[in-house]
Design a protein around this ligand. Sequence first.
Ligand code: NAP
Length: 283
Amino acid sequence: MKHTDKFLLAGVIGYPIMHSRSPMMHNHWLEKNSLVGRYVPLAIQPAHLEGALRGLHPLGFSGCNVTIPHKQACMQYLDELSPSAKAMGAVSCIHAREDGSLFGTNNDSFGFIRNLKASNPNWRADAGPITVIGAGGGSRAVCYGLIQEGAKEIRLVNRSFEKAQVIANSLGPQIKPLDWSQLSESLNGIKTLVNATSLGMVGQAPLVIDLSDLDKDALVTDIIYIPLETDLLKTAKARGNPVTNGLGMLLHQGPLAWKIWFGIEPLVTEELRGLLEKSITGQ
Ligand code: NAP
């Protein structure tokens, strides 16, 4: 689809937002596809969320991505939700349609699974039990994606046990909610370990976890991408486990948003990955 008569507009709504690497990624794609337009960071405080969403169409935005703290709160203002957004109880991408209505979907689970498969071609969700740490918005996408991929047992460990229970109740019997005190024992015999908490992210405390009971062939992944290599990934790598960082999750959910907004599927290239890595490491 060619867009010669329109200045394309999209953005990411969150608060705070300036840490987001989404503008760099989407503006790279606009340039690579020779399109005139801009993808902008939109720092929207919770009190202004409804007004900002209602303004998307009149201002000429094709849509936006949604990040913390609006992924759940935005749902009440949308006219239609995709089955994945309904199942995950969160929206990561909004399409401001030609008729002015707002459609919400969630591409995070796709990005998570595509990232694991791209970096570990032999990885399978049904290869054995999986431990997921954390029960926030990111974890919902992770658990949904793993179930869609055929995971049979997901041990979901969270500091607030009741939040893990809520996810288990909404996503299915494959999810076994566990208390934080069961973290170490949850690693017994698993094939995949996912950190979906904010522990380990820049400015946050590290995730303290004893990996002694973890099989050496278990894949360890973190959905955090700042830093690129969290302490968890460093420790896992040092003992010989395969590891995957969270940057690919961000990269691989992007093309789906473009398909909805602009009818084009841009490429996740090594050049783009390198650009984002450089902006994160500063090297
Ligand atoms: P969230 O909804 O706020 O959830 C945060 C999670 O971290 C909750 O499970 C919370 O436990 C846990 N947590 C926070 N502090 C803790 C502590 N001191 N001890 C134990 N657990 C703690 O956040 P989110 O949206 O899921 O995001 C989580 C991380 O994933 C962030 O770093 C975010 O940037 C990243 N993320 C990356 C991508 C990507 O594309 N790569 C996508 C989404 C998110 P409680 O429930 O007990 O509070």
